[in-house]
Structures are given as structure tokens and as C-alpha cells.
Design a protein around this ligand. Structure first.
Ligand SMILES: O=P(O)(O)O[C@H]1O[C@H](CO)[C@@H](O)[C@H]1O
Ligand SMILES: O=c1cc[nH]c(=O)[nH]1
Length: 237
């Protein structure tokens, strides 16, 4: 049974799925962390792999960029493949250059958003997009003993990478938002609607506010091991 966007057969995808934006990162996670990874879908170049991790099955499937794309994959995983836990392992731009620095990890305890999709479910209500507490707690517990620089707090999930209102960054920073990315709120929204658990963990790849430093796309691909380890700890909890 394939869906319109995932070619895997039933049983090909594990109940726990890691979800990076970038398909190449999906391949790298599978090759670096999974035992005996196998490709289970590649529709539109969105790669998905299933393998083992410490004796349990686990999958990784890219989301593509932005909430409309992520929502397609997260919905199909939950609705048609019996997936119970999805953890985004992404990158983000820091809004707090003094604390959330290049290479640091941010666990998104909530996600503000400008996405129109957020208004679809309960018109007139600005929903709070939040992760599943068991996953949040497990990732934070793993972070405490990991030695990595990890921050827990709100992020902003935007529909726009090249935002027409760049001043938004300052206003969001002033209310404690740690960084900007493009999927966490959409993942939390789909998870709540589909009755599954979700969490977003992002590595800081650049500064939206602060120094003009950023990771190259190759660095972005290779410097996220700490967030993957937290994600794997969370889904197993
Ligand atoms: O590195 P990923 O996981 O794709 O995440 C970030 O990078 C992309 C923008 O370059 C957006 O998807 C944003 O959320
Ligand atoms: O969405 C993103 C991801 C990384 N950096 C940004 O500025 N935005």
C-alpha cells in the first residue's frame, strides 16, 4: 500500500521516525546510526530508510522544506503507516546569539508560527503548538548527560525563509524565542490532530540576529550528530 507520497509497503516503516528536512541528511542518519539500513521510499527524491538502533526498529524520512511539505509526510506516516512518534532533526537560525550559538542544539518546547495552516483547525484561535511531553522530557534528560550545548525553549516556525518582514526577528527575540526554522509548528499541529507524539530538535546553523557566520550546507549535513542522538534517546523512552 503506497500513499501518494510514500512508496513503502505496510511494515516497511517503523513506529518511530526521525525527520530531517534534507533528504541527504536522511541518508546520512541511516548510514551513520542505523544497523542494516534499507531504502524504503524515494518518491520525489524524499528518501526514507528503515534499520535498527540498539535492537529496535527505527526509520528516517525527510520532510522537505516548510510546513505544507512536512504536513504531507507526517500525516501519511501517522494515518497510513501506524507511526506513533516523529522527531524532527533540523537546522535553525539563532535569534539569541549570546546563548544559542553555531552548532548548539535547541529542543523546541513550543513553536510560534505565521503559517496559515495553523488557523485551519480551530478558526479564530491562535493555537499553542507544543511537543509531546514524554519526548520533550526524554530529550532534555538525555541532553543533561550528553555534554552537548543544548537549550530548551520556544522557536518560530515560518512559512518564509526570505521573510518580507525581517523586523519580526527582533520582536520574537524580545519574547525569548530561541530561533527560526520552518517545520516544528506544523509537525506539532499534525501530531496533535493525528493523535501521535512529536518533538523538534534543531542545530543552530546560522544567526538571524548577530554575527554573519553560518555553516556551509556540507557542515549542516555533518554537524548534527548531537541532535540525532537526543532524538534517538527520545523515541526509545
Ligand atoms: O535543515 P532543515 O531541517 O531543512 O531545516 C531548516 O532548513 C530549511 C531552510 O534552509 C528549512 O527546512 C528550515 O526549517
Ligand atoms: O529556516 C531557517 C533555517 C536556518 N536559518 C534560518 O534563518 N532559517
Amino acid at each position: 500500500m503506497a500513499t501518494p507520497h510514500i512508496a513503502a509497503e505496510p511494515g516497511d516503516i517503523a513506529p518511530h521516525v526521525l525527520m530531517p528536512g534534507d533528504p541527504r541528511r536522511a541518508r546520512r542518519i541511516a548510514e551513520r546510526f542505523f544497523d542494516e539500513p534499507r531504502l524504503v521510499t524515494e518518491v520525489r527524491g524524499i528518501l526514507g530508510f528503515t534499520g535498527g538502533y540498539r535492537g529496535e526498529p527505527v526509520s528516517v524520512l525527510a520532510s522537505g522544506m516548510g510546513m505544507p511539505s512536512l504536513a504531507i509526510y507526517a500525516t501519511e506516516l501517522a494515518r497510513f503507516y501506524g507511526v506513533r512518534r516523529i522527531v524532527r532533526v533540523g537546522t535553525m537560525g539563532s535569534l539569541q546569539p549570546e546563548t544559542a550559538r553555531l552548532g548548539d542544539v535547541v529542543i523546541a518546547s513550543s513553536a510560534h508560527t505565521d503559517s496559515a495552516m495553523s488557523g485551519f483547525r480551530v478558526p479564530g484561535v491562535g493555537l499553542s503548538h507544543a511537543p509531546a511531553y514524554p519526548l520533550l522530557r526524554a530529550a532534555a534528560d538525555a541532553a543533561a548527560v550528553s555534554g552537548a550545548r543544548v537549550h530548551v525553549g520556544p522557536v518560530f516556525s515560518s512559512d518564509a525563509f526570505y521573510h518580507p518582514r525581517p523586523e519580526l526577528g527582533q520582536a520574537l527575540a524580545a519574547i525569548g524565542t530561541l530561533g527560526i526554522e520552518m517545520e516544528a509548528a506544523g509537525l506539532y499541529d499534525v501530531a496533535a490532530a493525528e493523535g501521535v507524539e512529536a518533538l523538534a530538535i534543531c542545530t543552530v546553523s546560522d544567526y538571524v540576529i548577530g554575527p554573519e557566520e553560518s555553516m556551509t550546507s556540507d557542515q549542516r549535513e555533518s554537524t548534527f550528530d548531537a541532535s540525532v542522538e537526543l532524538a534517538l534517546a527520545a523515541v526509545r523512552a
